[in-house]
Design a protein. Structure first.
Length: 412
């Protein structure tokens, strides 16, 4: 059962809960993937649970919830509520980061430092989409939005000022790399691409751009999406009803589906033909027993991501530069946070002093009540408090000190 829990958007409350490729294989991660429909359900139920500042990031590498929350268990249960995997397995793999540690993790994920393929820049678009989905429902606070903006600025700076993303290596591009290195005569092969979402579109564009392949047929459950991409890239497309027929024609089959269902089964394939099947889906969309068919090679996203080359070595050398940029951006965010926190406190004190001035319970002197510079007295007290907080970095009961100072001045 989920229980109520309110949040306060303070740094110490910012939390990330999730699993990723480091401790879970792709077939296991697939059971905890959150698709668009499941995300909508989470957004629907969250307000009733007292959650109103969070977003869900679910990719082939990770499923994570970011946001401000007091009770970590709420985030855990939100993921489990839309998962097909067991709770026991999840609790053996999941991680929790809070406060500065969670913020550091967020920056590293957004910059590609924590990606399965180092420097994978596709994650930026996925984070942006996740945040926008929550923001449309009013579930992103000014705190989290500012953090997101600082992360995006850092990510952009890393891309422009370092070589971390050089070499066009990403999950979608790894398909190009694999085909180039393992398939002879790839330019003349018939390729079937199933699923034209973000990853499918990117993969298709890379095949055309980097390998010059034009013998590609696109299939998507929503035929309009396949038709649109086919027109854009001057390719062919077919309706989903013709999937089994197109499977027989294809030499290379690339599947990128987000519906969580098995799209290709063993009986769908002709055992007499040689085929390469690349499954980019999480959960998998190709039945595992397909690999039992002679002359059929099945490759999943984890196997693609394990490919290493000179490009990755060059990227690794850029990590220190990227980390410097992250530290600078984090410092800017923390600076904003401190100013914001002080402003909130000062406004609250100012409001309280005005409330006191009009409350008959407090015995202010007649002179103070009639003083035309009364507003100046309040502002003087608030300015003094601001100085102690900012310039002298004094902590303690500044709130009470400000009220005492005000009472002493007005009592004279």
């Amino acid at each position: 059962m989920l229980s109520n829990g309110l949040y306060v958007n303070q740094i110490e409350d910012f939390t990330v809960v999730g699993i990723n490729y480091r401790k879970s294989a792709a077939d296991v991660r697939g059971h905890y993937t959150i698709n668009e429909e499941q995300y909508k359900i989470i957004l629907d139920i969250a307000p009733a649970l007292g959650l109103n500042d969070f977003f869900v990031l679910s990719t082939c590498n990770r499923t994570e919830i970011y946001g401000c929350v007091h009770h970590i268990e709420l985030f855990v249960q939100l993921i489990l509520s839309q998962s097909t995997g067991s709770e026991v397995a999840f609790r053996q793999m999941f991680y929790v980061k809070r406060g500065a540690s969670a913020i550091k993790h967020f920056f590293e994920v957004g910059s590609g430092l924590d990606s399965q393929i180092l420097g994978d820049y596709e994650i930026v678009g996925q984070i942006k989409k996740a945040v926008q989905s929550s923001k449309k429902r009013g579930l992103i606070s000014s705190f989290t939005e500012r953090l997101f903006n600082h992360m995006m600025q850092a990510s952009k700076s890393i891309k422009n000022k370092t070589g971390l993303s050089d070499g066009t290596v990403s999950v979608s591009y790894s398909v190009v790399q694999y085909i180039k290195e393992n398939v002879q005569g790839y330019a003349e092969k018939n390729i079937l691409l199933v699923g034209t979402g973000d990853i499918g579109r990117s993969t298709c564009q890379n095949l055309v751009e980097y390998l010059g392949i034009s013998k590609i047929t696109l299939i998507n459950r929503t035929v309009e999406k396949a038709a649109s991409l086919a027109k854009e890239l001057k390719l062919k497309y077919a309706t989903y009803e013709l999937l089994k027929e197109e499977l027989q024609k294809a030499d290379i089959i690339i599947v990128s589906s987000a519906n969580g269902n098995v799209t290709i089964k063993k009986e769908d394939l002709n055992a007499s033909t040689s085929k390469l099947i690349i499954d980019l889906s999480i959960p998998f969309s190709v039945e595992a027993t397909v690999s039992d068919i002679p002359n059929v090679t099945l490759v999943n996203v984890d196997e693609l991501s394990s490919l290493t080359n000179q490009t990755m070595m060059q990227r690794a050398a850029e990590i220190p530069k990227a980390q410097e940029i992250i530290e600078s951006s984090k410092a800017e965010f923390f600076k904003w946070y401190e100013v914001r926190k002080q402003t909130s406190v000062l406004n609250e004190v100012k409001s309280k002093l005005y409330e006191i001035s009009h409350n008959p319970v407090f015995a202010l002197s007649e002179t103070a009540k009639a003083d035309p510079c009364y507003d100046e007295i309040i502002q003087k007290v608030v300015n003094g408090m601001a100085y102690k907080l900012k310039e002298k970095n004094q902590r303690g009961c500044q709130y009470l000190e400000a009220i005492n100072e005000f009472m002493n001045i007005t009592a004279k």
